[in-house]
Design a protein around this ligand. Structure first.
Ligand SMILES: *Cc1c(COP(=O)(O)O)cnc(C)c1O
Length: 355
């Protein structure tokens, strides 16, 4: 087993650009911990920078845009929902690196007259935005399959114009991007090490699975024993999803020439808290968004971090997490969703809602 310093050197030998302010803060949620007799820590990936609206995509983008720069690319293409945090963070990071951002976005909610939240930020950043509307019953993946010819046509046009295009998957979740979360895992362990505390579990929202895959790669590299729990924000076939995540983690380990392997036993996925679906608020999760705000003065969002925080709190309340444990909530950002379409915000906008 390599030392933390050797693991970091291995990761940092990859092409990278510096975008965020790391290490991000790690602190205790005093009131939540006292009320539940569990030591709850929060890792502030929502505080990553570069702009006020950072989040978990920034670490991935440090490696992705590092690779884009090394290949001499001047244009970055990526995909997501219209309110995608990844798309907005990509546009931000691309501008920082002097590159042209091109976003292919799927509108899952009814289109609004006003441009809000991340789509507003994409507009201010001057990203080239292409929006495809989902037809009734279509998933985001279905829309991308249907619209692939239009996407290919635009990319070949850009190439013909002389641009070098760097094409990134949604969520920045490939074997390059997820190295950022192997990095984050090492950072978390070092922060706890300095406090003389061993964390028992790390909770994160999981969507494309890249963040969880990166954390799992970090766990395999370091041989640490902490539980990794991904709270799903969308429905997934558990076996297929876990295999996809371990395969992705192993590709990343291959990229850095590490021999350690990630197996599906190294992490878990919890599909109990995303209902009714992606970008559709869960009323109980919204209750916990209010709880976190009213106990700690912290904001989380209805699409990702609020559902993940809720999943962790439910496990604490129902005794799946033992009293006295040390648990970590990875705050992945996403709070711009609080300013998005009413269908995404749900009952958070209701006055006098009590918990
Ligand atoms: C993208 C995102 C996630 C999920 O990360 P994945 O790597 O796609 O699983 C979680 N929280 C927020 C706020 C995000 O934007």
């Amino acid at each position: 087993m390599e030392t933390m310093a050797q693991i970091k050197a291995r990761l940092h030998a990859m092409p990278r650009v510096s975008l965020g302010f790391y290490p991000t803060p790690l602190h205790c949620l005093e009131t939540v911990s006292r009320e539940h007799q569990v030591n709850v820590y929060i890792k502030r990936e929502d505080f990553s920078g570069i702009s006020l609206f950072g989040g978990n995509k920034v670490r991935k983008l440090e490696y992705l845009l590092g690779s884009a720069k090394e290949k001499g690319c001047d244009t970055v293409v990526t995909y997501g929902a219209t309110q995608s945090n990844h798309a907005m963070e990509t546009a931000t990071a691309a501008r920082r690196c002097g590159m042209h951002p091109v976003l292919f976005l799927v509108s899952l909610v009814a289109e609004q007259e006003e441009i809000r939240a991340n789509l507003l930020l994409d507009t201010i950043l001057g990203a080239e935005v292409h929006v495809f509307s989902a037809l009734l019953g279509e998933s985001m993946d279905d829309v991308f399959v249907r619209c692939q010819p239009q996407i290919d046509a635009r990319i070949s046009e850009l190439t013909k114009e002389g641009h070098q295009v760097y094409d990134m998957p949604s969520g920045g979740s490939n074997e390059i991007g997820i190295l950022g979360y192997a990095d984050a895992f090492v950072e978390i362990m070092e922060q706890f090490g300095a406090m003389g505390i061993h964390p028992d579990a790390i909770f994160t929202a999981t969507g494309t699975g890249g963040t969880l895959a990166g954390l799992a790669a970090g766990k395999a590299l370091t041989g640490e024993t902490v539980d990794l729990i991904g709270v799903q924000v969308s429905p997934k076939n558990q076996d297929a999803y876990k295999k996809e995540i371990s395969d992705l983690a192993n590709c990343a380990l291959d990229v850095i020439g590490a021999k350690e392997r990630v197996t599906p036993e190294l992490f878990s996925c919890d599909g109990r808290y995303y209902m009714p679906g992606y970008e559709i608020p869960n009323p109980a999760a919204n209750d916990d968004i209010r709880y976190l705000a009213r106990t700690e003065g912290l904001f989380s969002d209805p699409v990702y971090s609020g559902k993940a925080f809720h999943g962790m709190m439910e496990r604490i309340r129902n005794g799946e997490i033992q009293k006295g444990s040390n648990v970590v909530f990875l705050h992945t950002g996403g709070t711009t969703a609080l300013f998005s379409e009413p269908e995404i915000v749900g009952d958070l906008a209701e006055k006098n809602k009590r918990n």
